[in-house]
Design a protein around this ligand. Structure first.
Ligand code: 13P
Length: 254
């Protein structure tokens, strides 16, 4: 039996107000198919997380980041314990937009450790900045994975979700993103890296998502041909009709 696919909405720095966040969630829920055979996780901006997650049973919630600190004199930080206590059961960690602001693999590794200890499921993002004909992106990915997972033990690897997000494919149109064939090859490579480090039996259990301009226009091919366990969706998650179509495709209903 094929496992349920997982679709994660990363709202990033949208929408601007709590009122609009409530409306977006409401419209998203309304658009979703009734009997869902895909799991859905919403990652709203932090100030909205508590209000949206409160009393909401049909969807799960995640944060878009987590602090590398546990407690103390760290002005502006938000800890994993705090996130968990307001309804986040997942956290995106090491997103390329945070890495672009200077986040290192070492910090990502620390954040993974903290999230695991707090029983928050980490969604670890990796992805190359660009591709060339020599396939140098594979070495970039291998390095990111090895260094980001430094704190993660064999018995824990299956608790981590990996999102492969090639940075050059983020925020484009479906036809400019990575095609299903390209995703498929990279997913096999990522699993090989995990297998070398943790053993095949453990590596096979890890869910690997794809992110980077997933839209109604490419999701069907990705579901059919890429071998991913689901999707991390940015701009299309702000459009309830598009997001619902991505869910339907992932649930095999479309
Ligand atoms: P887009 O779907 O807007 O390309 O964003 C992808 C992403 O970064 C999700 O985390």
């Amino acid at each position: 039996v094929k496992k349920k696919l997982l679709v994660v909405a990363n709202w990033k720095l949208n929408p601007p107000t709590l009122k609009e966040a409530h409306a977006l969630l409401k419209n998203t829920k309304r658009a979703l198919p009734r009997a869902r055979s895909a799991d859905v996780i919403i990652c709203p901006p932090l100030p909205f997380l508590f209000a949206l997650a409160k009393g909401e049973r049909s969807l799960a919630f995640g944060a878009q980041d987590v602090s590398a600190q546990i407690a103390g004199a760290y002005t502006g930080e938000v800890s994993a314990t705090m996130l968990k206590s307001v309804g986040a059961s997942y956290a995106i960690i090491g997103h390329s937009e945070r890495r672009a602001l200077g986040e290192s693999d070492a910090e990502v590794s620390k954040k993974l450790r903290i999230a695991l200890d707090e029983k928050i499921t980490p969604i670890l993002c990796v992805g190359e900045l660009e591709r060339d004909e020599q396939g140098s992106h594979l070495a970039v990915l291998a390095d990111q994975l090895t260094n980001s997972l430094a704190s993660v033990l064999r018995g824990e690897i299956a608790k981590i979700i990996i999102a492969y997000e090639p940075v050059w494919a983020i925020g484009r149109r479906a036809e400019d993103a990575l095609d299903a064939h390209g995703v498929h090859g990279t997913v096999i490579f990522i699993r090989k890296i995990l297998s070398d480090r943790y053993g095949r039996e453990y590596a096979e259990k890890v869910r690997i998502l794809y992110g980077g301009s997933v839209e109604p226009g490419n999701v069907h091919a990705l579901v059919r041909e890429s071998g991913v366990s689901g999707f991390l969706v940015g701009h299309a998650s702000l459009l309830p009709a598009s997001f619902a179509e991505i869910i339907r495709a992932s649930a095999g209903h479309a």
